[in-house]
Design a protein around this ligand. Structure first.
Ligand code: ADP
Ligand code: MG
Length: 238
């Protein structure tokens, strides 16, 4: 697992400045959550870290490496989206194996990794099913499994639970917390759900209009917000 450091990161789409001068340190093993209203730049910031967008300025470091010029696959990160992006014609096992086999992992290594991830996520009884035979929560678990098998340096999540109903979201929150504990993984997690942020995060980054309003522990943001925006956002009823 690796730390992630952003310094003076900027992104503009044409004349539209979406990310404005972001400095941020995510420690190795930390669960860091980006929150903020729709359109504030959460997904864009995550995509810049993943290498799916090109920065307009600044530096991103993963561990000891400046990754500004590295392609997404070279950064060693795994991204999980809200749309599961599973292959519908493949079984759970094939969905979890495919990326490894394609990138040259041996059959034995692939099988061992898939087995380990299936155990962690309690997917073992479902390995021969197709995505259409799974519930939403099970599909999301497969998508997370596909990330785990890669043994990434960090996990990036973009609103992974937003397609699930409230009950399932609550259950998956517990599972994600347990997953973080078991893997000791560096995680950056985007949500607009304050409950998710407050229950999962070691550190919350509150974004507004492409800037950081405040960074702090859930406790600090709840009890000692810097301003009304942070207080309103963290404290607002759902
Ligand atoms: P969030 O995830 O916080 O809802 P986004 O990062 O998706 O916000 O978007 C931030 C802003 O950047 C929005 O105004 C959005 O319309 C704009 N934006 C995102 N992607 C693009 C793009 N590829 N081209 C132009 N504008 C974009
Ligand atoms: Mg988004």
């Amino acid at each position: 697992m690796s730390s992630i450091e952003l310094s003076s990161v900027r992104k503009a789409f044409g004349a539209l400045e979406v990310i404005r001068d972001i400095d941020l340190s995510v420690a190795e093993g930390e669960f860091c959550i980006f929150v903020g209203p729709s359109g504030c730049g959460k997904s864009t910031l995550l995509r810049l870290i993943a290498g799916l967008e090109t920065m307009s300025g600044g530096d991103i470091r993963i561990g000891d490496t400046v990754v500004n010029d590295l392609a997404p696959a070279e950064r060693g990160l795994a991204m999980v989206f809200q749309s599961y992006a599973l292959y519908p014609h493949m079984t759970v096992r094939q969905n979890m194996s495919f990326g490894l086999r394609r990138t040259g992992h041996s059959k034995a290594d692939t099988e061992a990794r898939v087995k380990e991830a299936a155990a962690i996520l309690q997917l073992a009884p479902l390995m021969d099913r197709k995505p259409s035979q799974l519930s939403g929560g099970q599909r999301q678990r497969v998508a997370i499994g596909r990330a785990i098998v890669r043994k990434p340096r960090a996990f990036l999540f973009d609103e992974p639970l937003s397609n699930l109903d409230a009950e399932l979201r609550a259950q998956m929150r517990v599972e994600l917390a347990e997953l973080h504990r078991q893997l000791g993984a560096t995680m950056i997690y985007v949500t607009h759900d304050q409950v998710e942020a407050m229950t999962l995060a070691d550190k919350i980054v509150v974004l507004r209009d492409g800037r950081i309003e405040q960074i702090g522990t859930p406790d600090t943001l709840y009890n000692d917000p810097d301003n009304i925006f942070v207080a309103g956002f963290i404290g607002s009823p759902r």
